[in-house]
Design a protein around this ligand. Sequence first.
Ligand code: G3P
Length: 214
Amino acid sequence: MFVLVNLKTYPCDPVAVAEAVRDVNETTDARLAVAPQAAHLERVAETGAETWAQHVDPIEHGSNTGHTLAESVADAGAVGTLINHSEQRLKLADIDGSVRAAERAGLETVVCANNPAQIGAAAALEPDAVAVEPPELIGTGTPVSQADPDIVEDAVDAAESVDDDVAVLCGAGISTGDDVVAAGDLGSEGVLLASGVAKADDPTAALEDLVAPL
Ligand code: G3P
């Protein structure tokens, strides 16, 4: 299972969480990675933790003040990027442009979507993976795998019907190892999570609990 910890703009210490991700990754068959804010990418990547960006823009080098260039993210040490997170929504054409920009820079891609229909559209753009996250469950601590298992299974079916090379992840409310196992049982190849680790008093313990049953 792939466990991608999105730090959003939570007031956690990104380097400390990254060190926990790096260390717990050594103890498990699961693949752990961390997605800090763009401004923290370099410091996080220097820990040796697998580092992802939270977003890249559909742009090339040039006149794009305030944007995030995929090549710069890769130069900072990221190996992948989220695209179209529920908190950073893009138009379909821009999702396509961001996936192409990430590919150009050699970044792995996970395109987020709200529901199975959007997952199908996202899968058609041929990212490495798609992630279904019902917005109403994000940050609630109620796991999508428990509150809305059908949405995960339907997302897996939607992606498979378009392109069965595209992996499906799920996210929202995931904070325990049981949640991760439940996600896997529904056909998900990984999970996206944030508050369960970024807001934990002890991120290492939270990560250990997440991977314990894997
Ligand atoms: O990107 C993952 C995120 O949106 C889920 O947030 O806090 O429900 O784990 P959370």
